[in-house]
Design a protein around this ligand. Structure first.
Ligand code: AMP
Length: 302
């Protein structure tokens, strides 16, 4: 991968990286498309990163479908898939980790021990291997994208972090690889997450600024739908992720909850327009795949 990057650099080409854990959906596609628009070459990272999972069952059951991912990547004009093995990213004796110590204290950090340490470490490694001009992340994982922006700033890294809006299904459910785990009935239940977020927005639009009141109504919607385990639900500053007692137009409602055995997260700004839902038109192109094989085995399409 590093040799490819060096080769592309000698040609003066710009690189965009889209790091994912695979099981691609339209949310990932929106990142790939933006990366295509803004860079000469697009590298798609696919790596189910074990160090960011706090539960072994979750890691083992995480959806994987490299063939389908390849098809989507090819259709979307991805130039290289970087899909290293776990041993390659974390060889025997690996002992250096990256930790952000402020933003990660809150929200998901309180509920998923070690999660962000795993995220920052793997993203740092990917950025060091690929040294892209830009890296693309989704607003869906708001805390993750803020933590990465902070890491990039604190550690003087030379990459532009681009954060794009959450892509939702027609009915409002935020797309997530984990949605594959939901039964039909659970998917219905999960819709209450979107309903609760929209309700928060409505309340704010009707001049309710007391966060406690907004959150109470959201709780009721979730509980009413049968969501009994809520890890957190909060109105926060979009940059610092600090809780706000008084809601503001730029504030974001963030939540994490369990639908059956599936943990879902979502968030929505109290005043912005919601994100795009358009289906992906097909584009044809080949794709170079780097999949834990020697460099000679990788193919670069363009
Ligand atoms: P994941 O494969 O779930 O780790 O996600 C890889 C990247 O895609 C992350 O930057 C996510 O924030 C982003 N992403 C996941 N779901 C969505 C979505 N529904 N809309 C936009 N971006 C998303």
């Amino acid at each position: 991968m590093k040799e490819w990057v060096a080769f592309l650099r000698t040609k003066g080409l710009t690189l965009g990286l889209v790091p994912t854990m695979g099981a691609l959906h339209q949310g990932h596609v929106s990142l790939i498309r933006r990366a295509r628009e803004e860079n000469d070459k697009v590298i798609l990272g696919i790596f189910v990163n074990p160090t960011q999972f706090d539960k072994k069952e979750d890691l083992l059951s995480y959806p994987r479908d490299i063939e389908k991912d390849r098809e989507i990547a090819s259709r979307e004009g991805v130039d290289i898939i970087f899909a290293p093995s776990v041993e390659e990213i974390y060889p025997k004796g690996f002992s250096t980790f990256v930790e952000e110590e402020d933003l990660t204290e809150r929200l998901c950090g309180e509920h998923r021990s070690g999660h962000f340490r795993g995220v920052t470490t793997v993203v740092m490694k990917l950025l060091n291997i690929i040294s892209p001009d830009r890296a693309y992340f989704g607003q869906k994982d708001l805390q993750q994208s803020q933590v990465i922006k902070k890491m990039v700033m604190d550690l003087n890294m030379n990459v532009e972090v681009v954060v794009l809006p959450t892509v939702r299904d027609k009915d409002g459910l935020a797309l997530s690889s984990r949605n594959q785990h939901l039964s039909m009935a659970e998917r219905q239940t999960a819709l209450s997450i979107y309903k609760a977020l929209i309700r928060a927005r409505e309340l704010f639009a009707s001049r309710e600024t007391d966060s406690r009141k907004i959150l109470e109504e959201m709780h009721d919607i979730l509980l009413g739908a049968g969501i009994l385990q809520i890890d957190y639900i909060s109105i926060v500053d979009p940059e610092t992720l600090e809780e706000l007692e008084e809601a503001r137009p730029d504030a974001v409602v963030v939540l994490a909850c369990w639908v059956g055995n599936t943990r879902l997260i979502d968030n929505m700004s109290l005043s912005e327009a919601t994100s795009s839902k358009e289906p992906a038109p097909a584009l044809s192109s080949n794709v170079g795949v780097y999949c834990d094989t020697p460099l000679q085995g990788a193919k670069l399409s363009k």
